[in-house]
Design a protein around this ligand. Structure first.
Ligand code: ZN
Length: 232
């Protein structure tokens, strides 16, 4: 099996793990705040230090980048890609639109891992780690929202399993696209990462001011440049 499929499988499992954490542990949503903050820092520095340098090697793709950002903005405003750090996700309902958001996110994440890996293996690994980090709170939030909407444990589990499979599915589909388009895919994903991290995760982690949240963002943000310093 291609390595990037394994990476995507691992990142997809993070969605399931996050959901199971909610369903089968006493963890409340509030304890997800540090994970959310860490994921935001990690995603942003993955964009700044790994993705943007790669995308801009042979010219810049502002259109794909902007499309990624605004399409996730549009979808999120209609859906619940939104990650919840508070005990209740007020105003978020489990809807069919929500499922569209979740599906899009999973496939895009998987496509990013595969194209990143095919361009440069380390890039794929970095993206997979950034995906896994934000998928844990996302799976958790899916659990919170669906349980609040009175869905049965079985239905929630089923949705989580499907969501977990979408990432490897995206990884399987992306390499079917000609290699010349990889840069556009990567630029698009960088746009979605910017949106998810800066407009969704960060505000959610900071609903209440807490220096530990700031520290979590910083730890996530410095990991990527640090790994570069050590020649990884
Ligand atoms: Zn995701």
């Amino acid at each position: 099996m291609a390595y990037y499929l394994l990476l995507a499988l691992f990142s997809g499992m993070a969605t399931l793990a996050g959901g199971l954490l909610y369903l089968y542990s006493r963890l409340r949503a509030i304890s997800m705040r540090h994970t959310i903050a860490f994921a935001a820092g990690l995603m942003l520095s993955t964009v700044f230090f790994e993705m943007l340098p790669e995308i801009t090697l042979d010219g810049f793709e502002p259109l794909s980048l902007a499309l990624g950002f605004f399409s996730f903005y549009a979808v999120e405003k209609m859906t619940v890609i939104h990650t919840c750090g508070e005990a209740e996700c007020e105003g978020h309902t489990a809807s069919k639109f929500g499922m569209i958001g979740l599906t899009m996110d999973g496939i895009v994440d998987g496509a990013a891992i595969a194209t990143g890996f095919l361009i440069e293996p380390f890039l794929g690994v970095t993206i997979a780690v950034a995906v896994a980090a934000h998928e844990v709170p996302q799976g958790f939030a899916t659990g919170v929202i669906m349980k609040n909407a009175q869905y049965s444990q079985r239905t929630v589990l089923l949705v989580l399993i499907v969501a977990a499979i979408l990432t490897p599915l995206g990884a399987l589909l992306a390499p079917l696209v000609p290699e010349t388009f990889f840069r556009y895919i990567l630029a698009f994903v960088a746009g979605t990462f910017l949106y998810v991290a800066a407009a969704d995760l960060l505000p959610e982690a900071h609903r209440l001011f807490n220096w530990k949240v700031v520290a979590s963002v910083m730890i996530g943000a410095t990991l990527i440049p640090l790994s570069g310093l050590f020649g990884l």
